[in-house]
Design a protein around this ligand. Structure first.
Ligand code: NDP
Length: 284
């Protein structure tokens, strides 16, 4: 028989998680602070619990998906004893470790998670969900968690899933910061972003090809380059910032990168490849 599951928090994401479990034919107990959000799920076969405590008691596996960790702290009490808590609320490694300690104090097993997907992707293999924490509990519930998306277990430290989650968001926002600035730059000359986009997509796709090389360089501590040096970028950057200002566009993230490049050159790394910047970030 399939494991029955409780879902606490039926917002956009929690609602999608509960729906995927219902589609898989699970017994799903749901709870949400404002009751109305449980109704469409009850219509699809979910059981609405009277209280968060009753919801936690109802199933061996309890999935939590609230706005912030503080919400979960209010909710998880004595009923959690003997349960596996899977926390999919977005948070930090520190919060995850504190929550794991709290769960241990309640006699619950704890798995933290990071959802690398938006609600419409839930239930499909493209939805990557990162997990870390109690491996035995994860393995026991792997099949159920796989209903939500493709699970990837990262290790026993509960902080790992949020760390990877935040690192991926970090990479995404950095890329978006650049592309949003680039759109503003071409639009300052009445070029439509839609006309520029295919060129930008092709360029970024080609540049992504340097990721393995950068990863290998930093792990080997070998920053020699035959492609493009820190000094070359450092000399090109003032032109980028100046043009941004000339075009009436906020320079955005550019001065922060300029400062890092300046520091790299000042500290004698001008001949190195750009992967050298990783080690500068590591010693602020
Ligand atoms: P929503 O704003 O849609 O839902 C928030 C949920 O938290 C609601 O169920 C809300 O209850 C509940 N909540 C908020 N404050 C409290 C409180 N004090 N006590 C009890 N319950 C509370 O957010 P999402 O569902 O989109 O996101 C939930 C989590 O999932 C977040 O941590 C988010 O970062 C993460 N996530 C979301 C993604 C997305 O694309 N949506 C992608 C990846 C992760 P109520 O209905 O009563 O307000």
């Amino acid at each position: 028989t399939k494991t029955s599951v409780t879902v606490l928090g039926l917002g956009l994401m929690g609602g999608a998680l509960a729906e995927a479990l219902l589609r898989d034919g699970r017994t799903v107990t749901v709870w949400n602070r404002s009751r109305a959000k449980a109704e469409p799920l009850v219509a699809k076969g979910a059981v609405a619990a009277e209280s968060a405590e009753a919801a936690v008691s109802a199933s061996p596996l309890v999935i939590v998906c609230l706005s912030v960790y503080a919400n979960a702290e209010e909710i998880l009490g004595g009923a959690a004893t003997g349960r596996t808590i899977v926390q999919l609320t977005n948070g930090t490694p520190r919060q995850a470790r504190a929550m794991a300690d709290r769960a241990a104090g309640l006699g619950a097993r704890y798995v933290d998670g990071g959802i690398m997907a938006v609600p419409p992707m839930i239930g499909q293999p493209e939805a990557l969900i990162l997990y870390s924490g109690d491996q035995e509990a994860f393995e026991e519930h792997r099949e159920t968690l796989a209903v939500l998306g493709r699970p990837q277990f990262l290790g026993a430290d509960p902080g790992l899933a949020p760390l990877f989650d935040l690192a991926l968001l970090d990479a995404m926002y950095g890329m978006f910061a650049g592309i949003q600035h680039a759109f503003a730059l071409v639009r300052s000359e009445k070029v439509a972003a839609t006309d520029f986009e295919p060129m930008a997509t092709a360029w970024l796709t080609a540049m992504l090809g340097s990721l393995p090389e950068q990863a290998h360089a930093v792990e080997a501590g070998d920053f020699a380059t035959t492609v493009s040096s820190v000094a070359t970028s450092q000399m090109a950057f003032p032109g980028l910032i100046e043009t941004s200002r000339d075009q009436g566009v906020d320079p955005g993230y550019l001065p922060a990168v300029q400062a890092l490049l300046d520091r790299a050159v000042k500290e004698g790394h001008g001949e190195d490849g750009l992967a050298r910047l990783i080690t500068l970030l590591e010693s602020p």
